[in-house]
Design a protein around this ligand. Structure first.
Ligand code: F6R
Ligand code: MG
Ligand code: MG
Length: 385
């Protein structure tokens, strides 16, 4: 049997209301469109779901990554969602679709993509992670922990199949270059890059040569689209998605989920310009309300079988993540009290919205060198010509 491809393609085509969540009619419109893609044999199986204001199309097929027919099917689904959003006058209808005409690949057209092709194992657990109100670098810490940190993943120490470690593909999303780093040998080098999560992002993880899985078939993949670069200006946060294979020589499902028991600080949230905790939630709580957040992650477990994704298990709905949620809510209160100050508000370089150049222009001519200010006349607004 040919290999299976697991694709997550996501876009924000309208929020209900504001940027909080997705209207159910949009989910229905996308699902009806993907039904046609199944009937015409483009894809094998799919789930349309959402986190916050992002629609996530989770699909399986036999056509490999970057396949024009699969990407077109996704684009058509988003266009159907957009038409519904426009009818309902939802907020930002069609915001992540940068063009009405499809150019062969959704990459660079607005939607985010995480997809990998692999030889289906006798049992193939795959977990889809969907985030809203944050950026691709939010996956750096959890993916690192899953595949390189023995405190998170004891399998790295005690499973002979995992003992050699894994290879990380890291992208510099500013210069558009990629590098492969081998862990544990280059662990500190990897950390020195991916700690700078707005610039360096983990794109894929591969087994090493000698692992029982093929060396060139990824075991984890993250979407790395940067809408701000794609569109040349801010058109919406590049809320990321990822897929991770688990078990039998890979991190166990519990090791894949464990990093999310710590609601680490990520960038995004209100106006794409604030740091806040990443809260793991079930689909019932995938609704960004408080200060347009806090940033959220949904984890859906699948058991891919004969090319079908089957039913999802809503993993973070479990009470085991209640403490992480509580901690995230405490951190939310704590961070919010910083108001417009860093490190709640992002640094100037990382902000998606800023009035600083306008402020600088308005203040031109009012600055005095510090060594002369003691003798300067005090003149305030209204007294300056
Ligand atoms: C963050 C996000 C929202 C909006 C905010 C303002 O990614 O999408 O926090 O930035 O609701 O939106 P506008 O400027 O469209 O009113
Ligand atoms: Mg939005
Ligand atoms: Mg979003």
């Amino acid at each position: 049997m040919s290999k299976v491809t697991f694709s997550i393609i996501k876009a924000d085509v309208g929020g209900w209301p504001g940027h909080s969540t997705v209207h159910p009619d949009l989910i229905d419109a996308c699902a009806a469109s993907l039904d046609t893609a199944v009937e015409t044999g483009v894809i094998e199986d799919f789930l349309v779901t959402h986190v916050g204001d992002d629609i996530d199309l989770i699909m399986s097929h036999r056509r490999g990554v970057d396949n024009p027919e699969v990407h077109q099917a996704a684009y058509k689904a988003f266009l159907a969602g957009t038409a519904t959003a426009k009818k309902l006058k939802l907020y930002g209808a069609g915001q992540d679709l940068l063009s009405d005409s499809f150019a062969g690949n959704v990459r660079g057209m607005g939607p985010g993509v995480a997809e990998f092709e692999f030889t289906e194992r006798p049992s193939e657990p795959v977990i889809a992670f969907l985030m809203d109100k944050t950026e691709p670098g939010a996956f750096n810490m959890p993916i690192y922990k899953m595949f390189a940190d023995p405190w998170n993943t004891p399998g790295l120490v005690i499973d002979p199949n995992m003992n050699k470690g894994f290879i990380f593909e890291v992208w510099d999303i500013e210069t558009h270059q990629a590098i492969f780093l081998s862990c544990p040998e280059e662990m500190y080098t990897l950390l020195s890059l991916i700690g700078a999560k707005s610039k360096y992002v983990i794109k894929r993880v591969f087994p090493k040569k000698g692992h029982k899985l093929p060396h060139n078939e990824p075991v984890a993949v993250v979407s790395t689209e940067k809408l701000v670069e794609v569109a040349g200006e801010y058109v919406g946060k590049d809320d990321p998605v990822a897929a991770v294979r688990a078990q039998s020589g890979l991190p166990a499902v519990g090791e894949v989920l464990e990093p999310f028991s710590f609601p680490h600080l990520v960038s995004g949230w209100m106006r794409g310009s604030h740091n806040g905790p990443l809260m793991p939630v079930g689909l019932d709580n995938a609704n960004c309300t408080r200060f347009d957040g806090p940033p959220r992650v949904v984890g859906l477990g699948f058991n891919v079988a004969n090319g079908q994704i089957g039913e999802p298990n809503d993993l973070f709905a479990d009470i085991a993540y209640d403490n992480a949620r509580k901690q995230a809510l405490h951190v939310t209160d704590y961070m919010r009290r910083h108001g417009p100050f860093e490190p709640h508000r992002l640094s100037l370089a990382d902000m998606e919205y800023t009035t600083i150049s306008k402020v600088q222009k308005e203040l031109q001519g009012r600055w005095t060198p510090i060594d002369q200010v003691a003798r300067a006349e005090i003149r305030v607004i209204g007294e300056v010509e």
